[in-house]
Design a protein around this ligand. Structure first.
Ligand SMILES: Cc1cc2nc3c(=O)[nH]c(=O)nc-3n(C[C@H](O)[C@H](O)[C@H](O)COP(=O)(O)OP(=O)(O)OC[C@H]3O[C@@H](n4cnc5c(N)ncnc54)[C@H](O)[C@@H]3O)c2cc1C
Length: 458
């Protein structure tokens, strides 16, 4: 039976720990803060519910569903309301519905006629198959034109990565889309055979946008509850990690009370690093070669994002809020990245007669916005919501959550980061799991964590 030390108790670390336990391994999870869950946290107050991190997670991979079933979690999920399929993008200062059918794609005011014609020319654009890095912005402009970039992709990147499409590397940020060009030479021509191949593979189930009645934090809470209490140490840190035989001798200390620690040590066959890359220098690996390899791992940019969830009486909001939310393109020169209509997605987000709106500010586009005072941010968000959604008056509920280093960016140069991790993994019984590799979403992070557990027990 393998003994594995997991450093970091976000969704990645908790998933690795659960998957290893299911496979018969022994694990110890060390979390630095006073809670597990990392970026996933939910606040409930006065009948309102606000997420500080992810609002939903989207599952379609059979592997993920199997894991959620085995962990007893799937049955506790709630699926987003059907209205969530409708999405809005702001153009000309008002939210426009994103077309989801060929007819609405022709009639939508979101794109001009030349923009639509340029999109239809996509199958005739030659494929770029040199394997070289390309920014997401260049890729999209090259394949479907500038207008689609400005009013479809640019806001989407703000919504997913809170990042800069001119800096993100399409090969790592959107590998499925990039692969369509590599494989079929065109995104439009490739979409049908790709969907067919996906269905035939048996690796996917029906795509579902999920959360929980008590919010997203139920997910890490349930994963933690599946572990033995003694296998999770919060408020703890590694004080020494030394190579011993074919594994590691780890020393750690846990805070018992103010100024009181207790220290422990144990042998582990493998270590999984599931904490953010910016924190890796805190782990005292006592191995010269490993230290040199870590010194060569390039830093990833992680722009700040602040999330403001505001609650209003329903009658104070003019917009029907009949969708997932609205994203704001950079071209619109507004001060928010987007707003999710959170009480339209899942029940229990607001008391009867009230609604909640969760607005993101900052990101790579306007990091300076996150440095403003809470009052200034609230004023800006209220002004934007009034203009874009017709929201009037004082909010009945305000919850503000800062994420000073929100999401790692897979920017140009990312391949050096990926190669450096692969080199470390090939030379040491040390593995990496987290949103810094294999995708930043909750589902992608869990899937890459499951792959790590599989490798360890293979
Ligand atoms: C504002 C925001 C909104 C998002 N929205 C969505 C969404 O709607 N849908 C979606 O799918 N995804 C979303 N994401 C992305 C997703 O939530 C994250 O990518 C994912 O939760 C990251 O999980 P992780 O375990 O890799 O990292 P983290 O959650 O960062 O966990 C890392 C853990 O390591 C711990 N740690 C740090 N240093 C040490 C140390 N030295 N020793 C021990 N432990 C340490 C930290 O305290 C933390 O608990 C969002 C993210 C943010 C920030």
């Amino acid at each position: 039976m393998k003994k594995v030390l997991i450093i970091g108790g976000g969704i990645a670390g908790l998933t690795v720990a659960n998957a290893l336990k299911m496979r018969g391994a022994e694990t110890l999870l060390i979390e630095k803060s006073t809670r597990t869950g990392g970026a996933i946290r939910t606040v409930s107050r006065d009948g309102f519910l606000a997420e500080g991190g992810p609002q939903t997670f989207v599952a379609e991979e059979k592997k993920l569903f199997d894991f959620l079933r085995a962990a007893g979690i799937l049955e506790k999920t709630v699926e987003a309301a059907p209205a969530a399929k409708k999405r809005f993008i702001v153009r000309g200062g008002r939210p426009c519905v994103v077309p989801m059918s060929p007819v609405s794609a022709v009639t939508t005011p979101l794109f001009s006629l030349p923009g639509k014609i340029r999109l239809l020319a996509e199958p005739f654009v030659p494929a770029k198959r040199d394997g070289n890095a390309e920014s997401v912005a260049n890729f999209v402009r090259r394949r479907i034109g500038s207008e689609m970039y400005n009013y479809a992709l640019n806001p989407l990147v703000a919504g997913i990565f809170a990042g800069n499409p001119e800096a993100l590397d399409v090969r790592f940020a959107f590998p499925k889309v990039w692969n369509l060009e590599q494989r079929y030479g065109s995104l439009i021509r490739g979409s049908f055979p790709n969907a067919k191949a996906k269905k035939a593979s048996g690796l996917y189930e029906k795509k579902r946008t999920l959360s929980f009645p008590q919010g997203m934090e139920t997910l890490p809470k349930m994963l933690r509850a599946n572990l033995n209490p003694s296998d999770v140490r919060i408020h703890s840190e590694i004080t020494n990690l030394v190579r011993e035989n074919h594994g590691w001798r780890a020393h750690w200390r846990s805070r018992a009370a103010v100024c009181t620690f207790f220290e422990e040590d144990a042998f582990f066959d493998e270590v999984v690093l599931a904490s953010p890359p910016r924190t890796w220098s805190e782990i005292p690996f006592r191995d010269e070669k490993l230290q040199t390899l870590f010194a060569d791992v390039p830093a990833l940019t992680t722009p700040p994002v602040t999330m403001l969830t505001l609650g209003f009486p329903r009658e104070r909001v003019a917009h029907a809020l009949d969708g997932f939310g609205m994203l704001v393109p950079e071209k619109e020169n507004r001060k928010i990245l987007g707003t999710l209509f959170t009480s339209s997605l899942f029940p229990g987000r607001a008391p009867e007669g009230f609604v909640t709106l969760s607005t993101y500010i900052g990101g790579s586009r306007q990091p300076e916005m996150t440095a403003l005072s809470a009052e200034e941010q609230l004023k800006i968000v209220r002004e934007e919501l009034e203009t874009l959604l017709g929201v009037k008056g004082e909010p009945a509920f305000v919850e503000r959550v800062e994420n000073p280093q929100a999401i790692p960016q897979y920017n140009l140069g990312y391949e050096k980061f990926a190669a450096a991790l692969a080199e470390i993994e090939s030379a040491f019984p040390l593995r990496f799991a987290g949103n810094f590799r294999g995708g930043i979403s909750v589902a992608q992070t869990m899937l890459s964590a499951l792959a790590v557990a599989e490798k360890i027990t293979a």
